[in-house]
Design a protein around this ligand. Structure first.
Ligand SMILES: [Zn+2]
Length: 374
């Protein structure tokens, strides 16, 4: 594949159906936020049969969001709001469907160009505890990639076709003391918006390639290890756009193809004054199974939001279905129901007391790539 831009892909025009049940404002006299309502149905958000897209995908307007303001769910009584400690974070299951074929670009600005760096018959999804933008409690550093837990010695494979530009201890400087340990960097055969794309594979036990070597997607480049700063064997994986440098990372969860039939939740979580809430805990519950995902918004340094979504939260690998988002803000449990659609991004914005909004951003941020978080 050559320099393929996102617009050259044929994408299914699926409707992003987002059903929001605004909930929460319990203060006396406070009114529910008014959202534009495009819904033709007055479906009760809790009836799954009514939550299906009302027409076939071929007739759906691209980029149209259906927002359905429901009756507020049970409003927490001030003083009795539960700030539960979430249950131990559980993996969804030990099984994933096969990935969508790459490049996967479900929307005009989506770019799931990469496969996963660990084969699909093993755990190949990000560890939930330290996602991209997560802050390490022991040193306060922000995580610039995702970690994939894998057995020592498992094959690490190229996430896309590219040329090895680094294969040694450290990262571009030979350094046996580097936090990356033994690492490989690929420069890919394709770019994004005219910018080069790189992937980084770190903490390897063994390196099987040399600089200058070309690898196809799935080509083995090394083995999982615990070299560098690692508490146990895992793969640290980064996506860098525009530059191979440390400050050019983006969230790999927006670059790795989802499993078929599963989708991705992307959010921009802010306070009422539109300032990003950093390292803010967000809970996502499956309405069907009750499983809870706990995800923190990005920390405030060293990472970059996507130029289109300008997000500070990504939760990939969600089976399609209805989920309830809980954000505890101003002593209230603010809730929204969202639908995760196979192979698609479901986007939401949260603005403190103003609540939730499902409108997609109109165009990419004019500042483009490498946009520091304000
Ligand atoms: Zn890591």
């Amino acid at each position: 594949m050559k320099n393929t831009g996102p617009n050259t892909f044929t994408v299914p025009t699926l409707l992003l159906l987002l059903v929001l049940a605004a909930c929460g404002p319990a203060a006396a006299g406070e009114t529910l936020p008014t959202l534009a309502v495009f819904a033709t149905s007055t479906a009760t958000p809790h009836d799954p049969a009514e939550l299906q897209p009302p027409f076939s995908s071929s007739s759906q307007a691209e980029g149209t969001a259906v927002i359905n303001l429901g009756t507020p769910a049970a409003t927490p009584t001030p003083g009795t709001v539960r700030f539960d400690v979430p249950p131990a974070i559980a993996l969804v299951s030990a099984w994933r469907p096969p990935l969508y074929p790459v490049p996967w670009a479900p929307g005009p600005y989506d770019h799931f160009y990469f496969s996963r760096p660990i084969a699909a018959d093993e755990v190949n999804w990000p560890l939930p505890s330290y996602r991209y933008g997560g802050v390490f409690f022991n040193n306060g550093q922000v995580h610039t990639g995702v970690d994939i837990s894998a057995e020592y010695g498992s094959d690490v494979i190229a996430a896309g076709p590219g040329t090895v530009i680094w294969a040694d201890w450290g990262l571009f400087i030979h350094d046996p003391g580097s936090p990356y340990g033994r690492a490989v960097v690929l420069r890919h055969d394709f770019g994004y918006q005219g910018q080069p794309l790189f992937t980084v594979y770190a903490h390897l036990s063994e390196i099987d390639v040399i600089a200058g070597q070309w690898l196809d997607t799935g080509g083995v480049l090394g083995n999982v290890g615990d070299t560098g700063h690692a508490t146990g064997p895992h793969l640290h994986f980064e996506v860098r756009v525009g530059s191979d440098q440390f400050f050019a990372t983006y969230n790999p969860e927006l670059w790795m193809a989802p499993p078929q039939g599963w989708g991705v939740l992307v959010g921009r979580v802010m306070d009422t004054r539109n300032s990003r809430l950093a390292s803010y805990e967000v809970f996502v519950d499956s309405n069907e199974t009750g499983q809870r995902w706990t995800v923190r918004t990005y920390g405030s340094e060293a990472i970059n939001p996507d130029p289109y979504y300008n997000e500070n939260l990504v939760l990939s690998d969600l089976p399609a279905g209805i989920y309830t988002i809980h954000i505890y803000y101003g002593a209230f449990d603010r809730q929204a129901e969202v639908q995760i659609i196979p192979g698609r991004v479901t986007f939401f914005t949260f603005r403190g007391h103003t609540g939730y909004d499902a409108e997609l951003p109109p165009t990419p941020n004019p500042a483009g790539l490498i946009t520091p978080i304000p």
